[in-house]
Design a binder for this molecule. Structure first.
Ligand SMILES: *Cc1c(COP(=O)(O)O)cnc(C)c1O
Length: 366
């Protein structure tokens, strides 16, 4: 393996498809048909308006987004959505918003929302070390909550909901930052979906928001302009200077999904094969590799596991790094190992990692 072309198994920013990176390289010199570097094209140009329009259209096609939704490209990351969501939907409600505490990132969302108004933690996995997700029987959703918030894929712990949560009469809000466009998604069941680009669909700097028109229509009138979805909707995601480069790369990724992969159902099939390879490696290791999450809640994006002791984990990280695999250290909050296998990593590349794992185990088994 060429050491200058390491495989990126990082939790984020994640790998991007080779064909996209080639087009990005070209566009830094000059965007075809424009003759300017993408880094210096005006956000007021016709070209950029067409980029935003095509990207919106591609997301609509990929996910089958029905009429009645705005698609926005915002800054501030998922973290800014942790605040914009309660600012928009709590509206002085005396009834608390329902939040699920299933891992590191939902915990961050809860901390920010608490600053804006009352919330209820409907279920928390903290006491059990976030090793699993709740079953339906453990969830008693309030009928009068202003909204329900959850994280579809807990990136740090490697936990993913494989079902829809909540009640049809309470607006569902979901942070899909680490599994957006990795599989089909019933958009019409959500009032608001947000996902930053840097895990699965592009570089850092842009966050995709799918929001029902009525949510925007009912937003409080006195929000700061930058934190009001209305401003961004009216300005077609051009309220102030947007991250033109990041948005362009996300457009290239959606073209890749549509043209080379064949859509999100095909992407999901590939992602299932990749995750299957690694979970098989864990399950077939006689306890050498220990999966972190309950089997029913295993993430298809982030495979988190540990080894029998910390010295073996350090050896695993050092040897994998030397063999050309990067980003395998677990999140700093929990340690261990985490292999993030976002859309752009191929089946063959994940097979290489599974091969390395088998070899490492042979050499280090006691
Ligand atoms: C990485 C991550 C975040 C943090 O997003 P920022 O863009 O850094 O604010 C939030 N939610 C989830 C699920 C994540 O994986």
């Amino acid at each position: 393996m060429n050491p200058r072309n390491r495989l990126n198994f990082s939790g984020g920013p994640g790998a991007l498809p080779q064909s996209v990176l080639e087009q990005v390289r070209e566009s830094i010199d000059a965007v075809p048909g424009v003759g300017l570097s993408v880094l210096g094209i005006s956000h007021r140009s016709d070209w950029f308006a067409a980029v935003v329009a095509e990207l919106e259209d591609n997301v609509r096609r990929l996910l089958g987004v029905p009429a009645g939704y705005h698609i926005l490209f915002l800054q501030g990351g998922a973290t800014q959505q942790f605040t914009m969501v309660p600012l928009t939907l709590m509206q002085g409600s005396q009834v608390p918003a329902d939040y699920l505490h299933t891992g590191y990132w939902s915990g961050k969302a809860i901390a920010e929302a608490r600053r804006e108004g009352p919330l209820r933690v409907l279920w928390s996995g903290e006491g059990e070390g976030f090793g699993r997700l709740p079953s339906d029987g453990e969830l008693d959703f309030a009928a009068d909550a202003p909204y329900l918030h959850y994280v579809s894929n807990e990136t740090v712990e490697g936990l993913q909901f494989h079902r829809l949560l909540g009640r049809d009469d309470v607006p569902r809000v979901c942070d899909m930052s680490s599994d957006f466009l990795s599989q089909p998604c019933p958009v019409d069941q959500f009032a608001l979906i947000y996902a930053h680009a840097q895990k699965n669909i592009g570089p850092a700097g842009v966050t995709v928001v799918l929001v029902r028109d009525e949510v925007i229509g009912k937003a409080p009138e006195d929000l700061p302009g930058f934190l009001d979805y209305r401003s961004h909707a009216q300005a077609h995601s051009n309220f102030n200077t947007p991250p033109v480069f990041a948005i362009y790369v996300v457009l290239l990724v959606t073209r890749w999904l549509l043209g080379e992969i064949g859509g999100v159902a095909a992407m999901a099939a590939i992602n299932q094969r990749k995750a299957g390879l690694l979970y098989c490696a864990l399950d077939g290791s006689d306890g050498f590799y220990r999966g972190r999450s309950a089997p029913a809640d295993r993430s298809l994006m982030n495979v988190a596991f540990s080894l029998p002791d910390v010295h073996l984990e350090q050896a695993f990280l050092a040897e994998s790094q030397a063999a050309g695999f990067t980003g395998l250290a677990g999140h700093r909050s929990i340690g261990g190992i985490r292999a993030s296998i976002y859309n752009a990593l191929t089946v063959a590349e994940v097979e290489e990692l599974a091969g390395f794992m088998a070899d490492f185990q042979r050499r280090h088994r006691r």
